[in-house]
Design a protein around this ligand. Structure first.
Ligand code: MN
Length: 252
């Protein structure tokens, strides 16, 4: 099995290393990831600048390719230029921080996997729902489990899997829930500050609290101690609204 790995936390992050080490059990792993932290770049790609790629070592050994681009750039580069064989699987992660609800629209992690799916390859995003004291062990183990299943089963064209894990020990994880994307988005605001020269600047911050009405959502699964697996897609058409829109008087 040929596996391409990326993530937006950059090639030197702890999570991508844990993922790459674990997935070696299933086959040949190629890591192509941003050379720096690129979280929340969404599905951005680089078109006005060249993409520089250098090899990256970790623990004194060759680890992968560090690119001066986004996760979507890295997946394109990996598949179209760096890998000798087309991958059987694209995995993006393990992200430090959950990717649930409308949050996934901003996520570089999910977009790395979305790019894989756009290119017709079974793809998976894996995120750990914490920003402090991460234990990537259970996430890495689950990534191996679901990746092995993705080899056996088929995803519909245009569908990818978005996986989130609570940051608790394997013994405390209650199980797996197949979830829907929550309708929660970041409640964000701007901290207005003053720099040493007296100029005003703003820094975005916020919180992300699940709504109880979200029922079978990714956020509620995590809150209850379950691994959340959400099948997502990138066709954004609102098919239900098409017939009504047909009736609008907008003919030229
Ligand atoms: Mn990230």
């Amino acid at each position: 099995m040929e596996i391409l790995i990326t993530n937006d936390d950059g090639i030197y992050a702890e999570g991508i290393y844990a993922l790459a080490c674990a997935l070696k059990k299933l086959g040949n792993v190629t890591v192509v990831a941003p050379d720096t932290q690129r979280s929340a770049v969404g599905h951005a790609i680089t078109i006005a600048d060249p993409l520089r790629v250098v090899t990256a070592n970790r623990n004194g050994k060759f680890f992968g390719y560090a690119a001066s681009g986004t996760p979507a750039d890295c997946v394109k580069l990996g598949i179209k230029s760096i890998m000798k064989k087309r991958p059987d699987l694209v995995v993006s992660g393990i992200n430090l921080g959950g990717n649930q609800g409308y949050n996934i629209l901003y996520s570089g992690t999910v977009s790395g996997a979305t790019e894989g799916a756009l290119l017709g390859i079974p793809s998976l995003a894996v995120s750990l729902d914490t920003f402090t004291k991460p234990d990537f062990g259970p996430s890495a183990a689950f990534a191996v489990k679901i990746a092995a299943m993705m080899k056996k089963k088929k995803l519909p064209a245009g569908t990818l899997l978005n996986v989130n894990l609570p940051n608790i020990s394997a013994a405390k994880i209650k199980g797996v829930r197949i979830t829907n994307q929550s309708r929660t988005s970041f409640n964000d605001w701007f901290d207005k500050r003053r720099d040493p020269h007296g100029n005003t600047y703003y820094w975005m911050t916020g919180d992300f609290k699940p709504k109880d009405a979200d029922g079978a959502s990714d956020l509620n699964a995590l809150r209850a101690g379950y691994i959340s697996v959400t099948p997502i897609q990138f066709d954004l058409t609102d098919y239900k609204f098409v017939p009504e829109l047909e009736n609008w008087d907008i003919k030229p």
